[in-house]
Design a binder for this molecule. Structure first.
Ligand code: FES
Length: 352
């Protein structure tokens, strides 16, 4: 028996008896089923009916998209809808439902169009090399153009126009909803609430910090003492200011510090204060390695040397962490001499 035959599946007789091997035959290729014409293929009225259905879906999708924009402005942001024990924001729900339905109708219309109007003749294509010859490329272009013609995209104007209108209108909410990005920041990113004489407080306990509270090697997260009154007035403003003004205060052995020129009196006995906001794209940082004085940003691993003006020693950040000059007030607490030496956060301001 040849190897080929030996590998074919076989049927044998009862166990323990000599058996006759029956070779299985390969299953014949059933070929392509004969094409059956649909009612739309032979009755122009039926085809027109489907065209109207599809156009109606696309038209409704357009109306729903416009409706979503109207609802965005018309429904108050704080209004709610109740469904038994569940409560939802009316504005968000209306936007979700209208845009969701619009997308559904465009998809359903496209499927209906493809199933009922486009040519449904099945064809078989033999496998061929992945590489296309110029003749094959020309064939593909010709096939594509044939497909466009057969789909009726150019011939069925109502479908074409309603689809183009529906797809075009889908771009409208993208522009309208940009309004939710809030007011432009103006110059608010250039300054923080740090100013001369503002005490440095612990970020968690809100207690003012004295130099004696810090030992060499220690790093604490801190904030300006004038944040608290802002919190009472406006929660949003408080968050904005807190995000910009966050600092890290670190104590390093003075003989390990390389002080940049002009900053000789910005530290107190090895205590230095830097912005906590990474200068790459603004992540908060405080992964501190006290033996190297390096602080690492968890987002993209920018590393800053706090003993050397917070210079970048690794990673995508382009400039050092801004430094806050420190002093001690009459009661012995750490205070700022002024605001930061540069705007905090990503280096947007350098591009001007
Ligand atoms: S935000 Fe810090 S490294 Fe990217």
């Amino acid at each position: 028996m040849s190897d080929e035959k030996a590998n074919l599946p076989a049927v044998s007789g009862d166990q323990g008896h000599s058996s006759q091997v029956v070779l299985a035959e390969p299953i014949p290729d059933p070929g392509i089923e004969p094409h059956e014409q649909r009612i739309q293929d032979i009755d122009p009225k039926a085809a027109d009916r489907v065209e109207r259905q599809v156009s109606t879906m696309f038209g409704l999708a357009g109306l729903l998209t416009v409706g979503s924009c109207v609802a965005y402005f018309a429904i108050p942001r704080d209004s709610t809808l109740e469904f038994g024990p569940l409560t939802g924001n009316a504005n968000n729900l209306t936007l979700g439902v209208t845009l969701g339905l619009a997308l559904f109708l465009i998809g359903a219309g496209a499927i209906q169009w493809a199933k009922k109007l486009m040519v449904d003749t099945e064809i078989a294509e033999d496998r061929h090399d992945a590489h296309s010859t110029p003749a094959q490329k020309a064939d593909i272009i010709e096939g594509f153009q044939e497909g466009v013609a057969e789909s009726g995209f150019t011939r069925r104007k109502m479908i074409r126009r309603s689809l183009i209108a529906a797809m075009g209108l889908l771009g409208l909410p993208t522009i309208v909803f940009l309004r939710d990005l809030g007011p432009l920041p103006g110059r608010s990113l250039y300054t923080t609430i740090w100013a001369k004489g503002i005490r440095v407080v612990n970020d968690v306990t809100l207690r003012p910090i004295k130099p004696s509270d810090l030992v060499v090697g220690q790093l604490v997260n801190a904030a300006p003492a004038n944040l608290a009154p802002i919190e009472e007035e406006s929660a949003v403003e408080y968050q904005n200011e807190k995000a910009k003004a966050a600092v890290i205060v670190v104590r390093i052995a003075p003989d390990k510090i390389r002080t940049p020129a002009g900053r000789e009196n910005w530290g107190i006995d090895g205590i230095l204060c830097y912005s906590k906001i990474c200068t790459h794209v603004g992540c908060p940082i405080s992964l501190y390695e006290q033996t190297t004085h390096h602080v690492l940003c968890p987002c993209h691993q920018s590393t800053f040397d706090l003993a050397d003006g917070a210079k970048v020693i690794f990673g995508p950040a382009a400039r050092p962490l801004p430094q806050l000059p420190l002093a001690v007030d009459a009661e012995g607490y750490l205070v700022a001499q002024s605001g930061f030496n540069e705007p905090v956060g990503a280096s947007f301001w350098e591009r001007g």
